[in-house]
Design a protein around this ligand. Sequence first.
Ligand code: CTP
Length: 418
Amino acid sequence: MRAPSTNGLDVNGRRILLILGGGIAAYKCLDLIRRLRERGAKVRAVMTAAAQQFITPLAVGAISGDRVFTELFDREDEHDVGHIRLSREADLIVVAPATASLLAKMAGGHADDLATAVLLATDKPVLVAPAMNPRMWLHPATQRNVATLRGDGIRFIGPNTGEMAESGEAGPGRMAEPLEIVAAIEELLREAKNDRPLAGRHVLVTSGPTHEPIDPVRYIANRSSGKQGHAIARAAAELGARVTLVSGPVSIADPPNVDVVHVETAQEMLAAVEAALPADIGVFAAAVADWRVASASGQKIKKEKGAAPPSLALVENPDILKTIATRGPMRPALVIGFAAETENVVEAAKKKRKAKGCDWIVANDVSEKGGAMGGDRNAVHLITAQGTESWPVMDKTEVARRLMERAAQHLRQTQVTV
Ligand code: CTP
């Protein structure tokens, strides 16, 4: 067989998490690790208990130049490098050799050891290199599991057809050769790069209203649902970004694969935003209360018979968007604000873009019939230094996706990384 050509560029500097299953082909993975490292990849290995029957963690660690992970419940590791972090700190996961049993566990969503827990917890591309006896590969149960995994977006390389380790047996079941696996990894990384244009970026999003306390039971609030901000956080994560969402009190669920910081007040929101910096992109979609009660009462304010209603002295809240957009160091490369307007939408938003010091403003036409406030649809204009684009009425999820795709494109053109 002719060795596939690999240019090495796509794996250079990338982090590969290799999960070794229990099969005789595990010995070939030592060569796979070497080939990947030659091309500049960082390789981390997880071994199942069965894999350790074939090759030792010592050998794998010596070749990978990193420690080898074997235990799901390791006192030290679970606090330090647990299954979630192993997945997070990888660009791609390779399962090789993938035994029939490992494929069955993956297809069934089992998570009873470190290898399967990582695979269930990951949102990274997964490449599987099966290796098993031909009868096991051709068994309807295995074929069913393979079809399920393909449907889940798992990619396969091999198995090849040929002589098996057991004498006299031949057929499909040989693990793909190390260089074939490297070529498949490169292809998958190339695809993932196109699908995930925000990979390696940190996106910070504010969302929802703030609640400003009057006393322990009452507060000043607004009708923001958080739908738009949450949709932006979700879209950024889907495009590959690490996302921090600072959310005021909302009744919608946290988006998946996003670090969510829940806050109540504008001051707490500002503190959480500052703590989350640096970021490549800051999106300020929260409807922050402009004012708070100067000194909230520590006790519930009681109605006294015959007394006049209490008057509330208000003070201005910090402007989170302006604070972040006008600071020198730690200013995100791209700062995006929102403007809710009912008239002269574009003119008002243009002024707001300058006044707040942000790069882009998403002008939200809250007078539109669709009912942007609390509704699912939104009619927006995107205002940048170059001009104004008016987008048709669309779902907030589509606004989010389009905005984050534009942001990714902008960063690519300006080539800034934190
Ligand atoms: N913003 C903020 N902190 C505040 C107030 C607003 O970060 N204390 C941000 C919002 O998240 C949004 C933009 O600033 O991105 C909106 O600015 P704002 O001046 O509040 O505009 P509107 O909500 O449109 O209200 P108004 O027209 O009354 O100024």
